[in-house]
Design a protein around this ligand. Sequence first.
Ligand SMILES: [Zn+2]
Length: 251
Amino acid sequence: MTYTDAHCHLGTRQYDTNRNEIIQRMLVNEVSKVIMISCSKHDLLECLKLRKQNPGFKLAMSIHPQDLENHDEKRLIDLWNGIVEVKPEMIGEIGLDYYSHPHTKEYQLKFFRAQLEMAEKLSLPVNIHSRKASKDTLDILREYPVKGLIHSYSGSIEMAELFIKAGYYISFGASILFPNARRPREVVSKIPLNKLLIETDSPYQSPVKDHVHEPMDVVNIYEEISRIRGIEINELKQCVEDNFDRLFSHQ
Ligand SMILES: [Zn+2]
């Protein structure tokens, strides 16, 4: 049995000086199945090395919705060629971010659909980023026979149920660690256990000021969810690992 991190950026430049130590700490703490998000050439090269050495490390690649200032459609052709070449296990993160990048909305919609089409063609699951865009995200996901997860979920329980109905897992991050984060804590208490995933989004979304977030910190999120749900940590681990594995099985 292992801890899993359903969304982290292990290839990031921020880890260039201590990536090996971070991997060591993960493995010592039994975090041995992760989804590595790669949205740049630098990150991709690092993630490819890690995937070779660690069979539980899955690679997700995409053009990030916050990275569409350059919306030349040739980028989609380059992405497709890259996908065919390195064969990632997932497409992501992809989606819509109306919060931080409302000015690129038109291109976000176009690139989101194009990357969902790639996932559909290759029968790959997707890792979804959605900020202040739940309704559009859901409407678009419903059009594609693709499965995946909603990363760093912070919406309502009603919306979570609609995403689940559309074939998606709901992934929770460090936001549930804040005692005043009433809504995510309430949602995580109600979500069906067989649809629950857990992630850090490291190096981003650190719950502690001045601490660089890393995948081993996912253990703290597991412990808090086991308290909120009132179940043993081992039961939670087994359940989330099964969900993680199911995401990559062709059932
Ligand atoms: Zn991310």
